[in-house]
Design a protein around this ligand. Structure first.
Ligand code: SF4
Length: 368
């Protein structure tokens, strides 16, 4: 069954008084054609109930507002695990889709969605950061606090971002999504500087735990279209979840992935087993009582997140890496998101440091 474009879930739009006359805000208001409420700066949409119980309702509401903080920051990796030196471009908060394991449920405390419309500030800040360090290579992603493309039918932001980054020699942009909302990416002069990425999982997890997301076939068909438009692709097997039939499930997803796209078109693939802060378990199991995967046995990691015991992580990683190795191009960087050197060595036979470090490995995979 197809849910379609997740922005259909938005039924009411709000705009901060101070933003309503920005040309970009007006463009979104006109395009969305939704009932509109104008609110004062720092006022909030009124959503019945208390958080997180009202999150399901809140996801119907989208606030267009000003980002008063910084748009561009390093990803908050941790010192204890190998991280990839990613830069986060913060375009908004929350998401119209609803994955049971979504960290945003514990991270945010507002039920509605926010989207920042002061994009002149966004592009100014980005320009300053990239210009200040011309010798540094930036991998930039917008999918940290929201999905990169879920609202793109309404916002059209992807076209602005792809255009901006196409002219920069020292950066690539990764648009990461679980939707199939790619129409705005057609016909753009992207200069090979945008990577379009999908999170993938076993078909059973996608169907049961990723609400209002695109199906596997829809994600892969979208990826194939993007490859046809010349974009590099990326895929993230994250979070890898142990469940009945997990081997068959991940094998099936990998088989269908490489049926749909050519290995050489994939810049990178990441693997990350389920990990979560204790607060997320309470929120997610309260909202989704039928989900069982939070009740497996976990160990506390050095980052205070619960994760599967190392033996179980290794078993899953080795199986998935082995399946991928049947198809993988030598142009693709296969890596772990937030794992330690012992796991790297046991699964891949080397540590990132032995290959120049994970950031350099990823840069290499995407630099022209
Ligand atoms: S698609 Fe991503 S941001 Fe949206 S609910 Fe799922 S995990 Fe969260």
């Amino acid at each position: 069954m197809s849910y379609g474009d997740p922005s259909r879930y938005i039924t009411r739009l709000y705009v901060e008084e101070q933003c309503r006359d920005l040309p970009y805000a007006r463009e979104i208001i006109k395009r969305s054609n939704l009932p509109l409420t104008v609110i004062e700066e720092r006022q909030s949409p009124v959503i019945d109930g208390v958080y997180p119980e009202n999150l399901t309702r809140g996801k119907h509401h989208l606030l267009l507002c000003r980002n008063r903080g910084r748009f561009f920051k390093p990803c908050p990796g941790t010192r204890e695990y190998r991280c990839c030196d990613y830069q986060v471009l913060n375009i908004g908060m929350n998401c119209p889709m609803d994955c049971v394991y979504c960290i945003l449920q514990a991270y945010l405390n507002n039920p509605w969605l926010s989207f920042f419309v002061n994009i002149d500030d966004l592009f100014r800040e980005l320009d300053e950061a990239l210009t200040a360090e011309p010798a540094r290579f930036f991998r930039i992603g917008t999918g940290e606090f929201t999905d990169s493309l879920a609202l793109d039918r309404l916002t059209g932001l992807s076209r602005h971002l792809v255009h901006f980054i196409s002219r920069r020699k020292n950066a690539v942009l990764e648009l990461k999504t679980k939707s199939a909302v790619i129409d705005n990416l057609a016909g753009l002069e992207h200069g090979g500087r945008t990577v379009v990425a999908w999170s993938l999982n076993s078909p059973a997890i996608m169907a049961a735990e990723e609400i209002r997301t695109a199906s596997l076939d829809e994600r892969l068909a979208a990826a194939a279209r993007c490859a046809g438009w010349g974009y590099r692709l990326a895929f993230h097997f994250d979070p890898i979840i142990r469940h009945d039939g997990w081997r068959e499930g991940y094998r099936e997803t990998i088989r269908r992935l490489f049926n749909a796209v050519a290995g050489e078109d994939i810049a990178w693939i990441s693997l990350g087993a389920l990990r979560f802060l204790p607060a997320l378990k309470a929120t997610a199991t309260g909202r989704f009582p039928a989900s069982r995967f939070f009740y497996a046995e976990f160990v506390d990691g050095l980052d205070h997140k619960s994760r599967y015991f190392r033996g179980q992580r290794l078993e899953m990683y080795k199986f998935i890496a082995d399946e991928l190795s049947r198809y993988l191009s030598d142009k693709t960087c296969l890596y772990f998101c937030m794992e330690n050197d012992a796991v790297w060595r046991e699964v891949f036979g080397f540590t990132p440091a032995e290959r120049g470090g994970l950031p350099a490995m990823l840069d290499q995979a995407v630099k022209p």
